[in-house]
Design a binder for this molecule. Structure first.
Ligand code: AKG
Length: 261
């Protein structure tokens, strides 16, 4: 897995979770999604393809949040992190990807950091600290299209023109370097946030995305305190180390020592 990640920037784990494990978390996801839609009606109806901050207290009960934290800190998820280049993993955020209401809406090629970094900074980020997506398919979905190797190389001329909509290109134009990775319910796709990618809309897609990063203050600046579990509840999680790392950095205190169960 690690060499796949190093070479291509991604790997797919088929059937990591079984049907009943996914079904157990769906009521929590559905509850979040319904409440989020209500609060973000205009955005949802006009163009949204994802929401974020699922573990925030705003939408879920304490019990629902704990159920979600238990999944995110499960051995199944956490045991994959040593197969990535992240040395000290910290939890960053969660996102939920769904279909846009408008069936005509086009998907778009991007690198995640392009929305907050200059081009020069994006280039530098290719050698810097990693942010990695763990995308868990909650239903069968067309998946993602990824450009292998772009987690460590810069765009070629065509990729850059498409991604940035230059020289008459659109960010939804096809790129011959793209590889489509369809996903089935329970599959987990691990991929670099830096690489060029786009979602593929269709089916009843619903994917939970967990973002992990290297435990550095610069990256954890993006973490919302209200999305983290309480220190007391960490002991109930199978492997709380990524949450503990985020809490410690956010509090600029030492990492709480919590044994894995
Ligand atoms: O599924 C999508 O629509 C896009 C996914 C994506 O861009 C991401 O996870 O960063």
């Amino acid at each position: 897995m690690l060499s796949d990640y190093q070479d291509n920037g991604y790997f797919l784990l088929k059937g990591l979770f079984n049907e009943s494990e996914i079904d157990a978390i769906l009521p929590v996801i559905d509850c979040f999604h319904a409440a989020w839609q209500q609060q973000n009606q205009q955005f949802y109806t006009q163009k949204a393809v994802n929401s974020a901050y699922l573990t925030n207290r705003k939408y879920l009960s304490a019990q629902q949040r704990q159920q979600l934290f238990s999944l995110l800190a499960s051995h199944k998820i956490m045991d994959i992190l040593p197969n990535t280049p992240i040395v000290t993993p910290a939890f960053m955020n969660t996102q939920l990807f769904f279909n846009p209401l408008n069936c005509e809406q086009k998907n778009y090629w991007h690198r995640d950091p392009q929305y907050h970094l200059t081009l020069a900074q994006q280039q530098l980020a290719l050698q810097g600290q990693q942010v990695i997506h763990f995308r868990l398919a909650l239903a069968d979905e067309p998946g993602l299209e990824l450009i292998p190797g772009t987690h460590k190389r810069w765009d070629n001329e065509r990729e850059l023109a498409v991604r940035l909509q230059r020289s008459g290109c659109n960010n939804f134009d096809d790129l011959s370097s793209g590889v489509t990775v369809p996903m089935q319910k329970g599959d987990l796709l691990v991929f670099s946030a830096n690489m060029i990618h786009r979602g593929i809309y269709g089916k009843s897609r619903m994917a939970l995305d967990i973002l992990f990063c290297e435990a550095t203050a610069a990256l954890l600046e993006f973490v919302d305190d209200d999305c983290l579990p309480s220190v007391e509840s960490l002991t109930f999680l199978q492997n709380p180390s990524a949450f503990a790392a985020s809490i410690a950095i956010k509090r600029t205190a030492s990492v709480p020592v919590v044994a894995s169960t």
